[in-house]
Design a protein around this ligand. Sequence first.
Ligand code: GLN
Length: 483
Amino acid sequence: MHQLTLAEIARGLAAKEFSSVELTRALLARIHQLDPQLNAFISVTEDLALQQAQAADARRAAGENGALLGAPIAHKDLFCTQGVRTSCGSKILDNFVAPYNATVVEKLANAGAVSLGKLNMDEFAMGSANESSHYGPVKNPWDLERVPGGSSGGSAAAVAARLLPAATGTDTGGSIRQPAALTNLTGLKPTYGRVSRWGMIAYASSLDQGGPLARTAEDCALMLQAMAGFDPKDSTSVDQPLDDYLGELNKPLDGLRIGLPKEYFGAGLDPRIAEIVMASVEELKKLGASVKEISLPNMKHAIPAYYVIAPAEASSNLSRFDGVRFGYRCANPENLEDLYKRSRAEGFGEEVKRRIMVGTYALSAGYYDAYYLQAQKIRRLIKNDFMAAFAEVDVILGPTTPSPAWKLGEKNNDPVAQYLEDIYTITANLAGLPGLSMPAGFADGLPVGVQLLAPYFQEARLLNVAHRYQQATDWHTRAPAGF
Ligand code: GLN
């Protein structure tokens, strides 16, 4: 049963081939058997999952038949889950039990999805390798000595290893698309404002966006349909009706105009990846698309701008973790100041401290104009580049990552080398655009992803292109040996 996609599970449950309780039990057994190799889960909520599965089976017996009713999923551990530990991958929240559900959690629960637990991640979603987690690194099921990408590395590893069909993730600079690429999954970062951030622990509020990781575009469509929508509790949520993501999957691609940004194919890109990306373009041409070279001239400023904006917002967001209101508190504080200082010094990991220091510096009096304000201006230039490109093309295509999965520990001592891994993904966050990564081939046995970007709120278009591509290819169906 673990090989089934969400769409297949929906059909199986509707046809009464199996119950949600049977499926949930089977996957929980698989998690207990295989997760010790991967470390994808921080918490497995077995009892809660079985209760939810029973409730879903009862709802079906009473005549309900939603696509996700009884389907097992799990959440990245930065979505607040009522009554369940929500750690954000950090020691400082190791003992934090959320008093309420994030909107995304609530929406999926209402749709009848069964949550199997909480997934490992980089601490506060800062990272590209899932090595900054307080709960230890996650292993890539394609090669247990390699990273699964990050920060949604637990989500990616669990879905790729067939421990569950789909999971939630968040993407501030690539954290859904990059781990999807490194583990042979389809991952979608929606338009900023499409999915509510309420109850998502904030990293960089103007960039963060929740979305699904699954094996197929069809499954991402099923997940997005349930996750997305206006939420009055999130002031940046956009009040615009949802498209019929499933309904538009099969639209023909005739006349689709694909833009290839010349900046995406320059130095730094692994030639094996360049070749795979071009092969995916040929495939899409066979399906009716045409191709045009475009330019995104300000892309070269994206990483510096991102690594000012994201740490600046993080330094502000993370000031709430003070040892008083949430989570970890140091032992025997001498006075209030000592309590703040030591709780934070002992509770936060190295990468988080690095970002807080960079961000606090960038925001300090006298430096704000030179750094944060300047970075915001670059952000507008990047957005303008995209607007000019989308006047000529419908989607933009390129690699998701410059290289396939690297060895655990390989880039640990070089934060800048890791920051460079985000080169193709962060522009979408800076501009607020939707982006998707889909499996497109292998480089020496390691998965390679292709990224598609579209204009605001055109998630349906991204899912449509990826689905048609997946109907014509079988890369997304390949499973890692041993899983
Ligand atoms: N790797 C990027 C960072 O460390 C992006 C992480 C993310 O999208 N959450 O900030």
